[in-house]
Design a protein around this ligand. Structure first.
Ligand code: FES
Ligand code: FE
Length: 445
């Protein structure tokens, strides 16, 4: 960590300290620290780019981002996937300017350099006349040297992740003990998952960590305040609302390594019911598909879990049962661009797939009721943090700190009470390590 900013060193060290549970608010606003995040976190972590179903055929592509770096993700002839920087090596123009499509090649719109679907530079206008060639001993220009930068690509149960860093551990090592918690959404059936509907994109003027940390650790906002009106409004009209109690039983999971976290309520479907309605709730928790999932995921008592949230560090978050999955693409310290899509069991009936899509639009989407509850909080925090004094005192992340014996042995890994901040502390601890340790040798699990 460059020591120009002593406070940043101190903030990072404080977040690495498990005994304190203190957050320096400047980590959400500082431009210099943000630049370091792009280098140390976003250029070194496995980042979610999409789902295999987004690009099923040869030449299918999706343009997206790794941090602030634009990338193209393309299905190859052999079925593999390439991800390369969406930057022409001539003057840096975006190579592909569409959101998605099918291509045989990509031609830069500035001077016409053309790349094949693997990102190899295959055509340079007037190459012979203007660059000459090696045989004539002139420019020394060789097309083979000028393809865009390539990222590592790996998939996990349909999800496509990429990483710029050759030293980073492989994806499964990186996901580590978060995998069983991901499987509750991704591996309920041997058919896997597919995508329903399109990629929804919107901008929230807040730091990316508010969103990622909340999905990692924060069930507290759902059971106390933020979503209460949404839950009450979303419950079926025949329910007696005066009898409705918000859930208090559940657990939180903190990954042993890597900053991932999850949380869920136990045996209380009220929040899932309010968000997704009775049809999806029934499908997810009681029908034959749910029984099959429970058998398949035998490590995990899935039929007792409701309203699960999860973040794979740093910016891949999802809600099993609601089935929104998103990347929080950072856009400076004060803004995040959300890219969200919906996955469903690939063998689910068509009407269930449609119901997942429809209910997500109603709730966890750009204009969704629950999404707005969350975004409103993050935007207001970011506005408050424009003040000087607002950045001068630490924020409290001490819930459940050093509380023994709250582990629930029914679930894999380290778990605690659902209303806790252990997973948040794990998130920031890993953040602090990524920010302060420049070398994967010391960071590996
Ligand atoms: Fe792409 Fe010149 S910038 S061809
Ligand atoms: Fe929320």
């Amino acid at each position: 960590m460059p020591s120009k900013r002593r406070w940043a060193d101190e903030a990072i060290r404080a977040l690495a300290n498990q005994d304190q549970g203190l957050i320096d608010p400047r980590i959400y606003t500082d431009q210099e620290l943000y630049e370091l995040e792009l280098e140390r976190i976003f250029a070194r972590s496995w980042l979610l780019l999409g789902h295999e179903a987004h690009i099923p055929k040869t030449g299918d592509y999706l343009t997206t981002y790794m941090g602030e770096d634009p990338v193209v993700m393309v299905r190859q002839k052999d079925g593999s996937i390439k991800v390369f920087l969406n930057q022409c090596r001539h003057r840096g123009m975006r190579i592909c300017r569409s959101d998605e499509g099918n291509a045989k090649s990509f031609t830069c719109t500035y001077h016409g350099w053309a790349y094949d679907i693997a990102g190899t530079l295959v055509n340079v206008p007037y190459e012979k006349e203007a660059f000459y060639d090696k045989k004539e001993g002139d420019c020394g220009f060789d097309k083979a040297d000028w393809g865009p930068l390539q990222a590592r690509v790996e998939t996990y149960k349909g999800l496509i992740f990429a990483n710029w860093d050759a030293q980073a551990p492989d994806l499964k090592t990186y996901l580590s003990d978060a995998m069983p918690y991901m499987d509750t959404m991704l591996d309920r059936t041997e058919a896997g998952t597919t995508v329903v509907g399109g990629m929804q994109k919107w901008i929230i003027p807040c730091n990316w960590k508010f969103a990622a940390e909340q999905f990692c650790s924060d069930m507290y906002h759902a059971g106390t305040m933020s979503h209460v009106s949404g839950v009450l409004a979303g419950l079926p009209p025949e329910m007696d609302l005066s009898q409705v109690q918000l859930p208090t039983t559940g657990n939180q999971f903190r990954a042993a390594w890597g900053g991932h976290g999850s949380g869920w309520f136990i045996n209380d479907p009220s929040i899932l019911m309010a968000v997704m309605g009775p049809k999806v709730t029934q499908y997810w928790t009681q029908g034959p598909a749910a029984e099959k999932a429970a058998k398949r995921l035998n490590q995990m008592p899935t039929q007792t879990m409701f309203g699960q949230h999860l973040t794979v560090f740093p910016t891949c978050s999802f809600l099993p049962g609601i089935n929104t999955i998103r990347s929080w693409h950072p856009r400076g310290p004060n803004e995040v661009e959300v890219w969200a899509f919906v996955v469903v069991d690939a063998d689910a009936p068509e009407d269930i797939k449609e119901e997942f899509r429809r209910q997500n639009i109603r709730t966890f989407n750009a204009g969704g009721t629950f999404e707005q509850d969350d975004g409103e909080n993050w935007v207001e925090i970011q506005r408050v943090l424009r003040g000087h004094k607002a950045k001068s005192a630490p924020l409290c992340a001490q819930m459940g700190l050093n509380v023994p014996n709250k582990n629930n042995p029914d679930f894999p890994g380290k778990t605690g009470y659902v209303y806790g901040e252990e997973a948040a502390r794990g998130f920031y601890h890993h953040w602090s390590r990524m920010m302060s340790e420049p070398n994967w040798e010391t960071l590996k699990p």
